[in-house]
Write a protein that binds this ligand. Structure first.
Ligand code: HSE
Length: 458
């Protein structure tokens, strides 16, 4: 007999098994088909991780006959009715603004959790989606919207929620990274490499969204919003694509120990206000830049993505992996699906929108950058002084100058020199004005190349 007396053994009460989590899938392209496959193949593991069966309730597509991999009984062309049916979670991989926006707002208003890979929608309509999620207490997860398989949204939203992020800089578009890496490796021009990338399936038939930087700008807006607790939309992002990057730019970068990358850069900037108090703002931009070949981002080749995050306490972090493709993106979708399904089974909610900091977005002209400028100039006395005077006039400090004589057919009486200037950081508008003024100097024969320089001390 124990001190506490005899106990009659009590049979544990049977635990009711939780109802299945019913999932509506909107869209069944490359990513959606992988989501269906993984849901089927990993059903037992997913059930164990969630604590309930995850059941695919329906798949909305435009042309059902194109999806033999999905059981016919699940296919529908009526996405709105599927969303309104007895489902707990809506997974959206359609892309674009409408009908995705209306469908997801309907789902969230009805208290259904949403998992989406839709960067364009989040970069333009995040505020109303989050408001709908808050009103009903539903979850809104979007790991797959930025950098495919790479866990990046959750680290920014959750793991680093106790830190202060100062900078996010990354390669978030695989198509352009493939093109720039190939230009660097082969010395070929942009058009030639784009053609090859299209033939190999690395570039879309219409590559505009990628090569003109729209895709990266949407991702930058999402990253900046999370990093700085501020609403940033794609319209706030300064954007330049890669179609003007020449073989000569890439060769010049190589010559000075750098490589050209299309970067998405989100920075917290601090100025001193008139009253001496610090004034914070954020700058968000996408443009090609020369980065030192020793920088971790320089080694990111092919269609891979990588994002470098700097935070006050954590220091430097780097996230690297596959930024696109069916299976990698489906991995991120499934991770979110497990999280929202678990929240429903266990009770609780994922993170809400955090936009309390509400920092102003700094215009590009006032953002401090560094330029690489290559000029062909007349090789005669006083030219360097004239060129240096233009920099001084615009308040731009020169970090380094290199001059080489240039042989050429038409060098004129004075001969021609190639002058390469790298500046210290200065407001972008001042750097642009400097280049414009240099282009008009009689001693400058040609502005050969201009590109921003990133990834090194200012
Ligand atoms: N088109 C994108 C890329 C993938 O090339 O990285 C989807 O965002």
């Amino acid at each position: 007999m124990s001190e506490l007396g005899e106990h009659t053994p009590v049979e544990p009460l049977p635990v009711p098994s939780p109802a299945p989590v019913r999932v509506a899938l909107l869209g069944c392209g490359t990513v959606g088909a992988e989501v269906v496959r993984l849901l089927q193949e990993q059903a037992d593991d997913l059930a164990a991780r969630v604590g309930a069966t995850v059941e695919l309730a329906g798949v909305a597509v435009r042309r059902p006959h194109r999806h033999p991999e999905v059981p016919a009984s699940l296919l529908t062309t009526d996405a709105a009715t599927l969303v309104a049916s007895d489902v707990d979670v809506v997974v959206e991989v359609i892309g674009g603004i409408e009908p995705a926006r209306t469908l997801l707002l309907d789902a969230l208003r009805a208290g259904k959790s949403v998992v989406t890979a839709n960067k364009a929608l989040l970069a333009s309509h995040a505020a109303e989606l989050f408001a709908a999620a808050d009103a009903s207490g539903a979850d809104l997860y979007f790991e797959a919207a930025v950098a495919g398989a790479i866990p990046l949204i959750r680290p920014l939203r959750e793991s680093l929620a106790g830190d202060r992020i100062t900078r996010v800089m990354g390669i978030v578009n695989g198509t352009t990274n493939y093109i720039l890496s190939a230009m660097d490796a082969t010395g070929s021009g942009y058009a030639e490499v784009l053609e090859e990338a299209t033939a190999l399936g690395y570039a879309e038939a219409d590559p505009t969204a990628d090569v003109d930087g729209y895709d990266a700008a949407a991702k930058a807006a999402i990253l900046a919003s999370l990093a700085f607790h501020t609403r940033v939309t794609a319209a706030d992002v300064y954007r330049e694509g890669i179609s003007t990057v020449t073989a000569a730019d890439v060769a010049a970068a190589k010559e000075i120990g750098r490589t050209v990358k299309l970067l998405a850069i989100c920075e917290r900037e601090v100025d001193t206000g008139e009253d001496g108090e610090p004034v914070e703002s954020v700058s968000v931009r996408v443009h090609p830049a020369m980065v030192p070949r020793s920088h971790p981002l320089a080694g990111v080749g092919g269609a891979f993505n990588a994002v470098f995050v700097e935070a006050e306490a954590a220091g430097q972090l780097m996230f690297y992996g596959q930024g696109a493709g069916g299976a990698p993106t489906a991995s991120a979708v499934l991770g979110d699906l497990v999280a929202v399904a678990r929240n429903r089974v266990m009770g609780g909610r994922g993170p809400r929108e955090s936009a309390y900091a509400d920092l102003p977005v700094r215009p590009m002209g006032r953002t401090r950058t560094r330029y690489y400028i290559a000029l062909d100039v007349a090789d005669k006395p006083g030219v360097l002084t004239q060129v240096a005077a233009v920099f001084a006039e615009h308040g731009v400090s020169i970090a380094s100058v290199r001059q080489e004589g240039r042989d050429g057919a038409d060098v004129g009486e004075d001969g021609l020199a190639n002058l390469v200037v790298i500046t210290h950081s200065a407001p972008d508008a001042a750097l642009r004005s400097t280049v414009d003024k240099l282009a008009g100097l009689p001693v400058v024969r040609e502005v050969v190349s201009v590109m921003r320089v990133e990834g090194e001390a200012p």
